[in-house]
Design a protein around this ligand. Sequence first.
Ligand SMILES: Nc1ncnc2c1ncn2[C@@H]1O[C@H](COP(=O)(O)OP(=O)(O)O)[C@@H](O)[C@H]1O
Ligand SMILES: [Mg+2]
Length: 239
Amino acid sequence: MPIITFANTKGGAGKTTVALVLATELARRGLRVALLDADPQQWMSRWHRLSGASANFDIVVDVSDDTIEKQIKDIKKRTDYIIVDLPGGLNPLLAKAIGLSDHIMVPVQGCAMDAVGGAQVLEILKQLAAQCDIRIPHSVVLTRINSIITTRSLLTVKMLLAEQQVHVLDTPLIERAAYRDMFNTGGTIYSMDPTRVSNLDKAQVNAQMFADEILRLVPAKIARTKATKKSPATAKRAA
Ligand SMILES: Nc1ncnc2c1ncn2[C@@H]1O[C@H](COP(=O)(O)OP(=O)(O)O)[C@@H](O)[C@H]1O
Ligand SMILES: [Mg+2]
C-alpha cells in the first residue's frame, strides 16, 4: 500500500491536478485509492462532493501534521494506494508527509520551470539523505506541458535535472482542458462529453501513460520497512 505524496511549496504548481488525474486513473483500473486532501482550500473535497461517491475511492479531509499519521494508519488496510495532496508552503505537514511517504512526486511546470518551490522540496529530500541517511525515492513530474513543445526541449530539462541526480518521469502531464474541467464539473475525464471538451481522447491517453509509469515505478505491493528507506541501493533502484 504505497503512499505517494505530491509536493511543491509553490501554490499553482499543479499538485492537485496531477494527484487527481492519477487517483482517478488508478481507481478506474480497480485499485482502491484513498486521497488525503491536506490542503485547507479543499479542492479535492470539492471535486469529490461534485462527483458523488464512487467505487474504489475514499477521501480523507482535515489532514494536519498532528493527524496524518493516524489517518493513514486507519485507512491503509482498505487501500492499494494512498495519495496525499499537500498545500503549498514550507510547513510541519510537509515534513511529516515526506517522512511517511514511499515516493514524493514534485510537479514542476515544464515551460515556466517554476523551479523554486520544487527545488525547496528536493533540497529537503537531499538534506534528509545527507544528514539522516533517510532516502525517500522521489521524482519530478513535468506538468502543464504544451502539447506542441518539442521532445528536444523536454530532453534538455531532463538532462539538467539528471545532472543533479534528480529522476524525472518520462511521461509529462500535458496542458489539457479536460484536466481543468474535472474541478468545475466533477467526474473524471471518462465521464466528459467528447464533443464539448477538446482533445479529450488525448487527455485520456496521456493519463493512462502517466499512471502506467507510476505503477511501474511504485508498484502496489511494495513492502515499506525502515530497512527499505535506509538502504541507499534500494532507494536508488526505486528512484
Ligand atoms: N495539466 C494541466 N492542464 C490544464 N490545466 C492545469 C494542468 N495542471 C494544472 N492546471 C491548472 O493550473 C492551476 C493550478 O493547478 P493546481 O493543480 O491547483 O496546482 P497546486 O495544487 O499546486 O496549487 C489550476 O487552475 C489547474 O486547473
Ligand atoms: Mg493544490
